[in-house]
Design a protein around this ligand. Sequence first.
Ligand SMILES: Nc1ncnc2c1ncn2[C@@H]1O[C@H](COP(=O)(O)OP(=O)(O)OP(=O)(O)O)[C@@H](O)[C@H]1O
Ligand SMILES: [Mg+2]
Length: 286
Amino acid sequence: MPSQPSITINSMPALLQFPPLLRIEDLRIRFNSAAEAVSGISLAIDEGEVLGLVGESGSGKSATALALLDLLPSTAQLTGTLQWQGSEVALHSAAHRHLRGRSIAMIFQEPMTALNPVMTIGRQVAEAAIATNSSLTSREARSRAIAALESVSIPSAAQRYSDYPHQFSGGQRQRILIAMALINRPRLLIADEPTTALDVTVQAQILALLKDLQREHHLAMLFISHDLAVIGQVAGRVAVMRHGQIVETGPAQQILTAPTHEYTRSLLAAVPTLHTDRSKPLAQLR
Ligand SMILES: Nc1ncnc2c1ncn2[C@@H]1O[C@H](COP(=O)(O)OP(=O)(O)OP(=O)(O)O)[C@@H](O)[C@H]1O
Ligand SMILES: [Mg+2]
């Protein structure tokens, strides 16, 4: 394939620079009347950029992701502003829901629970295409689904179209979910702990697949993990979340080697390395 000419955004005059793909300002989420789960976070993601969102359990990472897709339960109170490609989109509006599955897609931690166990995988992937394009014929949807399954390296995709989720391995099920998420060519993929439920070798394969697809489609990605080591393999920039706030943000290289916030340092200290003394417990996170 001929190589594409590259555009260096930083060398363009400021006025010609594009707005970020997604910007959120002062996002706040409260469930019932409890304390805020997310307390005023702001972040921006550029086209084709991978932003890692890291933080301990309960810090508000998934709530933030679900808010971006307007998937929070009706009991949640949500405030803040969201801009998509420079235009404001009112939270909870029809325009916000319109982004879901078309412009922004998501993959979840547990591939088995995210798939319908009694529906063939081919039909589930085809329905993801039909959901945003009702004029597709079933034949067109089927061939798009097979192409999507092939693009995530499901072997013999056409023959396996009518198989059910339990007939696939955990890694293959995550590949199927990635195929579903990407079938409508979204610009932003939110990956919420996409490898946490998988064993280490499969984890590495799924990370490699996500990296390949991200580069191939110049896809922006919000990659959520509690694991800085995983984040470091995919993200160009990292935001560190704690107790519903972003405590530090910066280039992945800087966050991973010279974090300024005490909490990030403690997260880093908890990442085991080849030199970690495994006879001692990992560093305390608090
Ligand atoms: N549907 C809900 N109803 C009530 N509280 C909720 C709901 N979802 C999340 N919360 C609360 O919001 C806070 C943030 O939860 P969230 O799931 O965003 O954490 P997280 O950072 O994704 O954690 P983990 O790493 O364990 O996935 C937690 O205190 C959680 O209990
Ligand atoms: Mg979560």
